[in-house]
Design a protein around this ligand. Structure first.
Ligand SMILES: N[C@@H](CCC(=O)N[C@@H](CS)C(=O)NCC(=O)O)C(=O)O
Length: 240
């Protein structure tokens, strides 16, 4: 089956967590918004689902994914849906619940990382909320980052180096992505902390070496991190 991923073009954002799963599994998919408007794709195709009165299971926001007649939104929910089909989670319910629990925690982390540069409103520019961003980031780096990374480190330790014991799963891919994002956005802060998180660092290195992922990461399909996405590099925020 050909999956259709609907996400904003030009950023990794939350769509990247879905892309990583599709790419790691070598799934047949189209990244709809990155294809031409002229062929019926592009951003208009995304907007069609968000605005058409005919869509009953209306997504709130991208990413969302279409698989045959199924239309599913919310990053963690999309992953929970496709992972069993892609062999990226064990089939048993306890494992799937555990993976989903972790993915929801990743979603919480991403929101907090995003709010470092947009603590007041997503509708305002970073430059319009810079003093608040500095204050928010100070606390994020002092308390929240270590709380989340310490938690994920413990999880990897207790499960033999994987998020779900004994197997590679979509959560390992998401943990790779948050390490990559944090290294991009906060290189100083990460350099000071990485020694505390050897399993997270090892997971990042192992995921990036997976043959299909390595190919993807080196391809033009992997959008570079930039200052429009979730993880943004504003050196003044990276106090270490
Ligand atoms: N909880 C949702 C959040 C979705 C979300 O915030 N999407 C962003 C792009 S990453 C968006 O387009 N939001 C539009 C809005 O919130 O108005 C998820 O995990 O998928």
């Amino acid at each position: 089956m050909r999956y259709e991923l609907y996400y904003w073009p030009g950023i990794q954002g939350r769509g990247e967590f879905v892309r990583l799963a599709l790419e790691d599994a070598s799934a047949d998919y189209v990244d709809v918004a990155r294809l031409s408007d002229m062929d019926g794709f592009g951003v208009p195709a995304v907007m069609k689902f968000l605005q058409s009165p005919e869509v009953k299971q209306l997504p709130f926001a991208p990413p969302f994914l279409k698989a045959g007649d199924v239309l599913v939104g919310q990053t963690a929910n999309i992953l929970q849906f496709i992972a069993p089909q892609l062999g990226l989670v064990p089939q048993d319910e306890p494992s799937r619940l555990w993976a989903h629990q972790l993915q929801l925690t990743v979603a919480d982390f991403i929101k907090e990382a995003h709010d470092t540069h947009h603590p007041i409103a997503s509708s305002l520019y970073y430059e319009e909320q810079k003093p608040e961003a500095l204050r928010r980031t100070k606390d994020f780096l002092a308390t929240r980052l270590d709380k989340y990374f310490g938690y994920f480190e413990k999880v990897l330790d207790r499960n033999g180096g994987h998020a779900v014991a004994g197997t590679h799963s979509y959560v390992d891919l998401s943990l790779f992505q948050i390490v990559a994002g944090m290294r991009y956005a906060f290189p100083k802060a990460m350099a000071q902390r990485e020694a505390k998180y050897p399993r997270l660092v090892k997971n990042h290195a192992e995921v990036q070496k997976r043959p299909r992922l390595a190919q993807y990461l080196a391809s033009a399909r992997r959008i570079a991190f930039n200052e429009k996405g979730l993880f943004r590099k504003y050196p003044e925020l990276d106090a270490g």
